[in-house]
Ligand binder design. Sequence first.
Ligand SMILES: [Zn+2]
Length: 381
Amino acid sequence: MSENCFQILAREGKARRGRIATAHGLVNTPAFMPVGTAGTVKAMLPESVAATGAEILLGNTYHLMLRPGAERVAALGGLHEFMNWPGPILTDSGGFQVMSLSELRKIGEEGVEFRSHLDGAKHLLTPERSIEIQDRLDADIAMCFDECTPFPATPEQAAQSMRLSMRWAARSRTAFRRRPGYLLFGIMQGGIHEDLRKESADALAGIGFDGYAIGGLAIGEGQQEMFRILDFAPDLLPAGRPRYLMGVGRPEDIVGAVQRGIDMFDCVMPTRSGRTGLAFTRFGELNMRNARHAEDILPIDPRCACPACRGYSRGYIHHLVKSREILGSMLLTWHNLHYYQELMAGLRGAIEAGGLAEFVAGFGTERAQASDRLKPTRLET
Ligand SMILES: [Zn+2]
């Protein structure tokens, strides 16, 4: 592959503090990527997303290929120009969402045939077409086209699915147009099986990628099982390249994965939860729909410096959420993204200072114990 875009600046245990260089700028790791599904991080201006500390966004190939179409985005200057986000963008390959959102899927050696969930139109997504779409979008980091092995799966199903993904990875690599600052990541599959994860890691390293993702986790196996796999899976991948855990996750998942050597994350949780009235805090999650916030004059978190916490009471945000006002989604999305980015900055600082163990201990104590002052309830729903 091309010269290494990833620099490891500090380590503590298996955790790494690093920096990825892309065509549109640097990404400090461990990094959390807000999800900009259809060319927008919902309810946020791009400059507001940047103000939370985010350095890189995730865009979805499946959504953008169906509407407005990759060729139209290219005609309008590429995804950065189109959505007014000048920083780095990673796009997924479309494989995961073809399986979860589209209808009438037919998986073959060539690729996946499906009908759009928007208008029923028939499409064929292949490794070559997925890479072409990501190229049209001008993604700084493109992902290999793969099949996310369903959970649960028999060892035979997991092996067959993983080997198909490895053949697709080789085709993705061949189709990828190499340019300075543009990176292609391979995706490890293999379900919950150590021998299959090893076979997948070896196959990917043999092809050679700029970075490596761990796919097929956070799809229902639970945190304990995910951590069991993360206890060995990152070590199977080339040590000097960035490692990306796809679709993860909750703050506790991210902290545990960083300790196990993961550098990059994405998840819809902070944005989607924000639109349904859930606030992430140091002391657990708050459901702002709950009536006990109705007359609360405190902000979501008095120590948070985000605009939602600087200017608005829990009582007001409760009112916005109950009234389905757009501002409620905006404020909670901003607060949640701010919380996630502050968590990542805390992890980076802790690794640099050699204080990760203390940071994680403090994080766990705070998240597990409701503060007298804040009186939050954990995981209210
Ligand atoms: Zn806040």
